[in-house]
Design a protein around this ligand. Structure first.
Ligand code: ATP
Ligand code: MG
Length: 560
């Protein structure tokens, strides 16, 4: 697990918090302005949640503000659908940017003027080398790069060429604008990086206004500067870009936010990059971006994770400066803790077998009054109907029970949760020898309030009345990837083939019929389940298993 670094002082956003406190105390800033800057080219994932919680959380805690800014410099991969979903997910997580919604594309005109300024200063030039040649000339970590033959064009010529690039005279890829920095710099980002490229493509926000687009690196730092961001917080892979951002800001002579890097979140048994997530969607490995197996926020939402549980998780893992993997079980424990408090209890039999109580009258119906939550009386009570024929879980019965099995078996007794003690008298089998029905008798004195209510038996099992229960589809989910640290190009072959199991003959207690989409329940002894927000219909919920009651993976790993 990633533990907070030494600079962390008790709070999860430790080292960043210390920096901000110091800056405020020293009067460097009057208030804190942070931003969350997604590129609208995919749905947000749990890694983004970490960044959102840091940026919005720090702004909230220091009474500042946090902007939502779409870094929409690449028109080709970006779509309005993604931007909408990003906004929805940030709100869902519980954060609000208020008035401060921005697009890097709003700054295209300003960025263009700054590019002209750099050209005029001799700090940028138009290059005619192809992308391939630029790569060749760049050199490597051990070899310096070579200067382009076009590097020493006059400012006038560069300006004229750049204006002609803008006016659409040239084909895609035929020219670029580059910063004139240092082809021998040990930092490859400083070897005359590309600032603008020609792309005759409409942009979701600016339409046909532009056929040249700034590179992310030429837009990012200046966007922060324009918005007066005080603390530009980003992930470690941008550490090597920081000198470049600073070079641009210095040469332009504009306000200079300071950038701080933190370690990105890696979560075991899943993949996180948008490219990989898109591939899963496009290849049909999952049922869309919001498939409950996806580590996207829409996926977690659909699966039954609460915003609170994800915020708690982000708090728990803290913010450090070294890359590491966080175990999926930490996230699962966060949702269990939250749902334990929040979720009413209910009974559902996932893999049913019929149980017939021979001495219970055929025409009798009974109801048991049951608390919806064992610790929270405010959640109220409900009636659970009972009759002669019930369903119980198939694996709560064994014909030849091994030692230590305390549930139902021939001649054994067990308590039916909230109801009576029953004793198994036999089974009915089909021609193939499968148990199709379990027979039993009940002890009428053993219900709550009955003369033998306190009689102890070793096992308690859940059940649903066959006459009153209803059938619903239940989807069980397991980890998307079967290895903890999927790596390299091999990750697709590491997909868990059993990541989803659909149960179609489960039987649920009648109260669950009216479950609203997104309602969460603890199905006793089974786990937490959430009514699917997409596929449930009125009176016909479909349930997703959010998480099991215990960490079954830990057990499996310990047994190895
Ligand atoms: P990915 O690499 O997963 O496709 P990205 O970095 O391209 O993601 P952006 O839209 O650029 O996604 O990210 C927006 C913000 O979220 C950035 O500030 C980025 O640093 C942060 N972020 C992205 N992935 C993670 C992660 N795994 N952990 C923490 N922060 C992340
Ligand atoms: Mg990115």
């Amino acid at each position: 697990m990633n533990s907070p670094t030494e600079t962390d002082k008790g709070t999860s956003t430790g080292f960043l918090r210390n920096i901000i406190e110091e800056d405020l105390r020293a009067g460097k800033h009057a208030s804190v302005v942070t931003r969350f800057p997604p590129e609208p080219n995919g749905y947000l994932h749990i890694g983004h949640a970490k960044s959102i919680c840091i940026n919005f959380g720090l702004a909230r805690d220091f009474g500042g503000r946090c902007h939502l800014r779409f870094d929409d410099t690449n028109p080709v991969k970006e779509e309005e659908e993604y931007a909408e979903s990003i906004k929805e997910s940030v709100h869902w997580l519980g954060f609000d940017w208020g008035e401060h919604l921005y697009y890097a594309s709003d700054y295209f005109e300003q960025l263009y003027r700054w590019a002209e300024q750099l050209i005029t200063q001799g700090d940028a030039y138009v290059d005619d080398l192809s992308a391939e040649e630029i790569r060749e000339y760049r050199g490597t970590l051990t070899e310096p790069g070579r200067e382009s033959p076009h590097r020493n064009r006059s400012a006038e010529e560069n300006l004229s060429l750049f204006r002609r690039m803008r006016s659409g005279e040239f084909k895609d890829g035929s020219r670029v604008l580059r910063a004139r920095i240092d082809m021998a710099s040990p930092n490859l980002n400083m070897r005359d990086p590309v600032m603008y490229r020609i792309l005759h493509a409409p942009h979701p926000h600016t339409g046909d206004a532009w056929c040249i687009y700034p590179m992310y690196d030429f837009a990012h730092g200046q966007s922060d500067s324009i918005e007066g961001i005080t603390h530009s917080i980003c992930t470690l892979e941008f550490e090597d870009h920081r000198p470049l951002y600073e070079w641009f800001l210095d040469r332009l002579g504009i306000y200079h936010p300071r950038q701080y890097e933190f370690a990105r979140l890696n979560l075991t048994y899943t993949v996180m990059s948008k490219r990989k997530l898109l591939q899963l969607v496009q290849d049909g490995d999952v049922r869309g971006w919001d498939d409950p197996r996806m580590p996207t926020l829409v996926g977690f939402r659909r699966r039954g994770y609460t915003p609170q549980s994800i915020r708690n998780f982000c708090e728990r893992i803290g913010v450090g400066k070294s890359d590491s993997w966080i175990d999926m079980s930490i996230l699962e424990e966060s949702v269990r803790e939250d749902l334990n408090v929040r979720a009413p209890r209910a009974m559902a039999v996932l893999r049913p077998v019929r149980l017939v109580i021979e001495n219970y009258p055929e025409d009798r119906n009974e109801e048991f009054l049951v608390a919806n939550h064992p610790q929270d009386p405010e959640m109220g009570t409900r009636q659970i109907p009972f009759c002669r024929e019930l369903y119980i879980e198939r694996d709560d019965f064994m014909e030849e029970p091994p030692k230590g099995f305390h549930r139902l078996a021939p001649g054994r007794e067990v308590r039916l949760r909230y109801a009576y003690i029953v004793t198994c008298t036999g089974v009915v089998k089909d021609a193939a020898g499968n148990v199709t029905e379990i027979r039993c008798t009940y002890d009428p004195d053993t219900n709550t309030g009955g003369p033998a209510a306190g009689r102890k038996v070793k096992g308690i099992i859940h059940w649903v009345s066959a006459r009153h229960g209803f059938n619903a589809e239940i989807r069980l989910y397991d980890r998307l990837i079967s290895v903890p640290n999927p790596s390299g190009d091999d990750w697709k072959r590491q997909l868990n083939p059993e990541s989803m199991e659909i149960l179609s003959d489960s039987v649920l207690e009648p109260a669950l019929r009216s479950a609203e989409p997104e309602a969460v329940f603890q199905f006793e002894r089974q786990g937490y389940f959430c009514a699917d927000r997409r596929d449930s219909a009125p009176g016909m919920p479909v349930f997703n298993r959010t998480v099991t009651l215990r960490d079954s993976w830990k057990k499996a790993e310990e047994a190895k």
